[in-house]
Ligand binder design. Structure first.
Ligand SMILES: [Zn+2]
Length: 435
């Protein structure tokens, strides 16, 4: 595809049309209420939620794409001035409310941008998405797959969200006298909260802005902002911390549950040799433990992480993920048979380079896809971090997001991962994206 035609989840470049996969902040960097660069395509549900995140946005720029229908977009070639047509289909990404992937077809061939996605084999919605995608591909291979490679490493394998939700319910039920707090984002994991509510027949507390979002999503009776009505509270992820849990436990017995695909472990703070000093949390990544001491994530004899990890006296980690795990990514790649793959999350961290693992499925020699050396990874990582830091004064963040950036709530490693994820999403689709 010629340069300057289409951008997906990238807002700083100049293109003729823009596509938004979903409303998580790492996909809306540089998008703001005053943004006026051109038509913005998204799903119907994202369009409904959009004004809540971007008040005063010029809504005449929004273009709704119905899931499963082809839509033709007329564009003008910047080089020749001639008209060209791109067909696009939105397909349910089964990630957070409104999230879609985009399949593009044109004289450039076929490109698929997954955004963030979960590809559960057993889930009905995913089965519908699979059928829709196969039908849309009509037997063609995808020339370039832009892939959610968040967990593109064989060490990341976790259960379906329904199974993980049951694990959360079991933890709550085994603590009948405890208050429960669950860390969530401003969008996503609604199905988990609904599952808990239905299973235990309880309401769930959410903060006022989140209640507004729940109402927009059509959930009117399950959620409340009155703490007296329930012992289960879903709190912003940035306020979920060891310090918070320890403080709450001086008042009432409370446990915290963090639903995440990342397995977390507790370690002493960096530079703090005192084992009694304040602990921080980092994640267990690939086959390398990033810890020097302290309680570790439980690893079973086969070397796989157990599903539920109690990594602190008051905190459980449950592998409830809205991103695909490695076996699901593999299943997806076998289905769409891409000729080339590009990860949408920086592969400089955590061995998540898709071609390293799946180059063989694309006809690329895997041995030619060496991982960056440690020093190269560090350099790339530092560049990204520096770039992100230089943007820290941007007005594009909400107050909550700015607070999230400032609060060192789970220790430096998590914050670094979050920074990296926020820094690296979205693409401007360009002509030289060939294998
Ligand atoms: Zn997301």
């Amino acid at each position: 595809m010629e340069k300057g035609l289409i951008s997906v989840d990238r807002w700083s470049d100049h293109s003729q049309v823009y596509f938004l996969t979903h409303l998580h902040s790492d996909h809306t960097q540089c998008l703001s209420s005053s943004w006026t660069k051109g038509p913005l395509f998204c799903s119907r549900l994202t369009a409904k939620l959009f004004p809540f995140k971007f008040p005063n946005f010029n809504l005449s720029l929004l273009r709704i794409l119905e899931i499963g229908s082809w839509h033709s977009v007329s564009l003008v070639s910047p080089s020749s001035g001639s008209e060209t047509t791109v067909d696009v289909m939105a397909i349910d990404a089964h990630h957070c409310p409104g999230a879609v992937m985009y399949l593009f077809r044109g004289d450039f061939g076929c490109m698929l941008f997954t955004g963030d996605f979960r590809w559960e084999a057993t889930n009905e919605r995913a089965k519908i998405g699979r059928t829709m995608l196969l039908h849309a591909l009509e037997g063609d291979r995808v020339n370039i797959l832009y892939l959610d490679n968040t967990y593109c490493n064989p060490s990341f394998s976790f259960p379906s969200r329904e199974a993980a939700a049951q694990q959360v319910v079991d933890i709550i039920a085994s603590h009948p006298k405890h208050d429960i707090i669950i860390g969530i984002d401003t969008l996503g994991k609604e199905d988990l909260l609904l599952y808990i509510s239905r299973s235990l027949k309880v309401k769930i507390w959410v903060w006022p802005e989140r209640l507004q979002t729940m109402h927009l999503l059509g959930f009117h009776d399950i959620f409340t902002t009155k703490t007296s009505l329930t012992r289960i509270r879903a709190v912003p992820r940035y306020s979920f911390s060891i310090n918070t849990l320890e403080g709450l436990n001086t008042v009432r017995p409370t446990i915290g549950i963090m639903p995440s695909g990342l397995p977390w472990v507790v370690k002493p703070s960096e530079g703090n040799d005192n084992p009694a000093g304040p602990p921080s949390i980092s994640h267990h990544c690939g086959n390398k433990r990033i810890i020097n001491g302290g309680p570790r994530a439980e690893i079973n004899k086969k070397g796989k992480l157990r599903s539920v990890v109690r990594f602190h006296q008051y905190i459980y980690s449950v592998p409830y993920s809205e991103h695909s795990c490695f076996p699901e990514i593999e299943d997806f790649i076998k289905l769409v048979q891409p000729i080339n793959i590009k990860g949408i999350v920086s592969s400089s961290f955590c061995y998540i380079e898709p071609l390293y693992y799946f180059g063989g499925l694309c006809g690329v020699n895997p041995s030619s896809q060496r991982l960056p050396r440690k020093s190269e990874r560090r350099e790339k990582y530092e560049n990204i971090e520096a770039k992100t830091k230089s943007n820290s004064g941007s007005s594009n963040f909400t107050d909550a997001e700015n607070r999230k950036r400032k609060i060192d709530f789970l220790g430096s490693h998590l914050r670094r991962v979050s920074i990296l994820r926020r820094a690296q999403r979205g693409v401007k689709i360009v002509e030289n994206d060939s294998p």
